[in-house]
Design a protein around this ligand. Sequence first.
Ligand SMILES: [Zn+2]
Length: 401
Amino acid sequence: MIVTESNVKRAFRYRFHPTEAQAAELSRTFGCVRKVYNLALAARTEAWARQERVNYNQTSALLTAWKKTEELAYLNEVSSVPLQQALRHLQTAFAHFFGKRAKYPRFKSRKRSRKSAEYTTSAFRFREGRLTLAKMSEPLDIIWSRPLPEGAEPSTVTISQDEAGRWFVSMLCEDTSVRPLPETDTAVGIDVGLDHLLTLSTGEKVSNPRHERRDRAALARAQRSLVRKAPGDGANRRKARRKVAKIHARIADRRRDGLHKLTTRLVRENQTLVIEDLSVRTMVKNRSLARAISDAAWSEFRSMLEYKAAWYGREVIAVDRFFPSSRLCSHCGKLAKSMPLRVRTLKCEGCGTTHDRDVNAAKNLKAAGLAVSVCGAGVRPQRRTPGGQSATKQKTPRRKP
Ligand SMILES: [Zn+2]
């Protein structure tokens, strides 16, 4: 994603209602996408065990061979583009793994994995606001909840179905209405927490969406009810599972709304945005529901912040998560010995200042990020400059605080 005046790409997501034939075709495609992804992952894993690397082109050749076998001939029945895209996604997953940004890619499961299929321009037709996918005769019945930008032409179309059974189409388009904002010299540090979603270095605390507490309680109830359903009780289990999925979807929708407003505001107001780099590895360890939801919110927040920063010519700096942001006095720089999570205020032994724990952490993040921004070294940061969806890591030596 490069920021010039004309080529900011932006995804527009809508619900749609497929016909019975379209739903069947898409479900078949999801299945084939999953199959191809898993076969390619198995092939790459076997190669990896022999200390060989298999690249995208080799998996693509494998796909051609698989299609010729009797067993996998059904792969020919769906559009080949989503299958190729699955191989590209796997390639990206491996690039993240080799770059130590993600865990080893996992197999897609029929029940748990997101159902989706990605179409590039050769596999769809978009004319006069009507989108027709390959292997389909009729256009999709899309609910245009907001208009596409004037003259927008999708370059990629992603179809997905969530666990609540809802269908979505996401269109990646150039959005000419996005322009870099005039530069400012304001910076903000953003700390992530559990009781508050975020705390800013300005002292502002952003709480979780208004309904989230109630939604979470409802979710916990629905999950308990699902667990109680006997394995033989198919229909009721399905119903209970659908209910859990619906509440999940509701939480996610409301959260996304809130995050969009918040990230737009933060990016408009600040030139430099400093966040903490929470690695995936530590995030998955704690499996409490609250934790899981706040982690999901955090990664969504971060990715929105990064792409909007890129649109508007702002900079997001991620500071190493080992940086002791909560133990350091933001006033005089003295480091406290320990700072257990339940202690909500920091009384500095050096200067006597009493800090709110989260605000202090946010202020420290801001200072660390600005130091990085100016001299390009310091706290082993990962700099993300506008244009960097590619998650490039800049390795700088870690300074002992
Ligand atoms: Zn102090």
